[in-house]
Design a protein around this ligand. Structure first.
Ligand SMILES: [Fe+2]
Ligand SMILES: [Fe+2]
Length: 166
């Protein structure tokens, strides 16, 4: 009987994260729909771009596993929430979500270290750095929305600013 390949555990965990990255994209898409419906077109554009980035994250992990001969099986993606009360709630949820992703990435890294998987560590280091940015970006918007405190004029100014994201 074959023993369990030491990398199999890590690869399976990364495969699971691929599903979570795709879910992240799905979540941001759902948030973008709410924003667009409520005429926050800049925020919708920002969130759509974010959704696109999440798909790229999934792609990056997929490529890593496939390059190393692992048969990636795309997991089922959960239905994201679609009822939001406000754009403030959306960005608070986005911020919370990114913190959750960061925790997942750190766990994966810990596993890659424990299994002495060097290529996996390097691949995950990119994500560790990326998550610092992801949290900072979402956190900044939450902070601004708190300062704005429901002032519609200021919300639309922020909407315009977020719509400029390249
Ligand atoms: Fe991501
Ligand atoms: Fe993200």
């Amino acid at each position: 009987m074959e023993g369990i390949n030491i990398s199999t555990k890590l690869f399976a965990a990364i495969n699971k994260q691929i599903g979570f990255e795709l879910y992240s994209g799905y979540l941001y898409k759902s948030m973008a729909i709410y924003c667009k419906l409520n005429n926050f077109k800049g925020m919708a554009a920002w969130l759509n771009m974010q959704a696109h980035e999440e798909n790229e994250h999934a792609e990056k992990m997929m490529e890593h596993l496939i390059d190393r001969g692992y048969k990636v099986v795309l997991p089922k993606i959960d239905e994201p929430p679609s009822n939001f009360k406000s754009v403030t709630e959306i960005f608070e949820k986005a911020f919370e979500h990114e913190k959750h992703v960061t925790a997942n990435i750190h766990k994966l890294y810990k596993l890659a270290v424990a299994e002495e998987d060097y290529p996996g560590q390097i691949m995950l280091q990119w994500f560790i750095k990326e998550q610092v940015e992801e949290e900072a970006n979402a956190g900044e918007i939450v902070d601004k929305l708190k300062m704005i405190n429901g002032n519609l004029g200021a919300i639309f100014m922020l909407d315009h600013q977020l719509g400029m994201r390249k």
